[in-house]
Design a protein around this ligand. Structure first.
Ligand SMILES: [Fe+2]
Ligand SMILES: [Fe+2]
Length: 315
């Protein structure tokens, strides 16, 4: 018989045990919940290996399983956001121009776009993917500015942090629709509205999916704690980075498609102190400039989302 792992108990300690079981059961039973795409875990595993142990051929082989992903990957790599003078013609040439790590994260992004064919989107899919991709890119940029070692891991954490919204659309669509309605009429953060109307939020349902997918512990923590990084037990800097990137996106036109009334002061957020403790470079970071760079990238992120996730209004 399956036992409840201790980390699950700790992560969901704020919820009633019956609610936790309810979420787990729903997530387990619902047939429509996607299984992790075949190439996703091997790619994540490659990302965890030291770069000198990853063979270019392995990556190219993984991609060749799926032509759609390979084509999307090349289009994404051609985006001005990656600053290449010439669009790469093959995955191999993309790797040569952009580097193996970047191409791996591009591939993971394209995989994500193909996994979730949600039928009943309660949240606008365009907004959802813009927010997730925006957050992924901000996470990577942010960690580059901090000279943190693992910008690619940060990118993936940013991309996956809100997968619980997708679980909500698939398994709790009625309840989640009420939460969305509450959030947009009251202009409050969506997680606050979910807790007020459903008694749990996307962090809990996202965690259940991530657990089903057997993602690594730091990813689980980014998904479960990105609204409360101080609760993370062993991945606080990563979770704090995702938290701040999420806020930044929501402040700069990459939110969930409605106006949030609250004022956010990033530099006084507890997550800022967590990062400052870890990275000296944070002191020198020019937040206004960073926000401006994000504003400039918003249009390109929107264009990429249309390419990868196919959410554009077909004309
Ligand atoms: Fe979130
Ligand atoms: Fe978010």
């Amino acid at each position: 018989m399956e036992t409840v792992p201790r980390w699950w108990q700790a992560m969901t300690s704020s919820l009633a045990p019956s609610t936790v079981n309810h979420i787990r059961e729903r997530v387990k039973q619902i047939e429509t919940l996607p299984t992790i795409p075949a190439v996703f875990l091997p790619l994540l595993n490659l990302l965890n290996l030291p770069i000198d142990q990853v063979k270019l051929e392995e990556v190219v082989k993984l991609v060749s399983y799926d032509n759609t992903i390979a084509a999307q990957c090349l289009r994404m790599a051609s985006s001005p956001l990656f600053g290449l003078a010439r669009a790469p013609e093959s995955i191999k040439s993309a790797v040569i121009s952009l580097g193996l790590r970047k191409v791996e994260t591009i591939l993971l992004t394209c995989c994500m776009g193909n996994v979730f064919s949600v039928k009943d989107w309660t949240i606008d899919p365009t907004n959802y993917w813009r927010h997730s991709l925006g957050c992924a890119m901000v996470c990577r940029k942010f960690s580059e500015k901090l000279a943190a070692s693992d910008g690619d891991k940060a990118y993936i954490a940013g991309l996956l942090h809100d997968i619980g919204f997708l679980v909500n659309c698939m398994t709790f669509s009625k309840e989640f629709a009420a939460a969305m309605e509450h959030a947009s009429t009251q202009q409050v953060p969506l997680e606050e509205a979910e807790l007020a109307t459903m008694g749990f939020c996307h962090c809990d349902t996202g965690l259940a999916l991530a657990q089903k997918w057997r993602l690594a512990d730091d990813m689980l923590q980014a998904i479960a704690y990105h609204h409360h990084p101080e609760r993370s037990h062993s991945a606080q800097p990563l979770v704090a980075l995702v938290h701040l990137s999420d806020l930044l996106c929501r402040m700069r036109n990459l939110g969930y498609g409605y106006y949030e009334r609250r004022r956010v002061d990033l530099a006084h957020d507890p997550a800022w102190a967590i990062l400052a403790n870890e990275y000296q470079a944070l002191e020198q970071m020019d937040l206004a400039r960073f926000s401006f760079e994000l504003d400039e990238a918003v249009g390109e992120i929107a264009a990429l989302v249309d390419i990868i996730f196919g959410t554009s209004h077909k004309e």
